[in-house]
Design a protein around this ligand. Sequence first.
Ligand SMILES: [Cu+2]
Length: 160
Amino acid sequence: MIRILPLAAAAALFAMPALACEGFGPHDAYARFSTSMSQSGAAFMVLHNHGTEDCHIAGARSDVAERTELHTHEIGDNGVARMIHVEEGFPLPADGELVLERGGKHVMLMGLTRALEQGDTFDLTLIFADGSESTFPVTVDNERMPGQMPEGATMSGHDH
Ligand SMILES: [Cu+2]
């Protein structure tokens, strides 16, 4: 939802605590598991905030994994990328977007609770800092080539 309001009206409206991330929209959400026997995988997507308020993604949940975490990659001194659990979460600025991409920020799915095959869909819930949530489908796409990554994604040697 896009709100177009005079600044004064917007300030008054948003003086109330936000109950959800207004204008939140997930795009092109897909997940990769190297094989159906994998114990973990990762989900990637582009998250839009079409609203006028900054949002903050504080956590994630799904029923296909024992643990669902927000992760990113950091290049260590040895030049090797390693994954980090980002406990403080990801900011999603007003009128902005957040790209979860291979080699960068992602949603980590650890300890799969059921086999996931190419083309399967599962629900992923993102939890915002105010406690509100958004649940949307993620499609398993192990065949996604780097050239088919979501818009804004960059090439990276790292792969899950
Ligand atoms: Cu990870």
